[in-house]
Design a protein around this ligand. Sequence first.
Ligand SMILES: [Fe+2]
Length: 138
Amino acid sequence: MVFEWTNDMMIDNDVIDDDHRKLISIANRIIELNRPNRDAEDLKQAIRELYDYVKYHFDREEVLMRKLDYTEVDNHHLKHVAIIKDMNHYLTSSHHMGEMLSNFRVLMNKWVINHIMEEDKKFHYFMQSKVESFLRKD
Ligand SMILES: [Fe+2]
């Protein structure tokens, strides 16, 4: 397994945490499928699945953020847009599957480590502070 889910990635929202786990598992499937004598169709199918799921997940995350009046939602949206742009770039400019996959590895690493651990975590702290301030109310 290349990308590993760890508890410190949790943001304590079941929908988002499950999405993140699923994204990591699709990413691992892509790495696994990339073996000698690989089945190109299976691999493309998994890449398509990841691409679609990332977009679906980002929308879903932003809907939740807006619902909770997350103050940084616009900024967070821009980070999502940048990741989708990167994905589009790698998928359209790579000359062969090997090149695309090595770029993909870098992107997933960047996405898993930086985005979940830094950006999504900020949303986690925001939710926690909302809970705290609710509990302080009379
Ligand atoms: Fe996010």
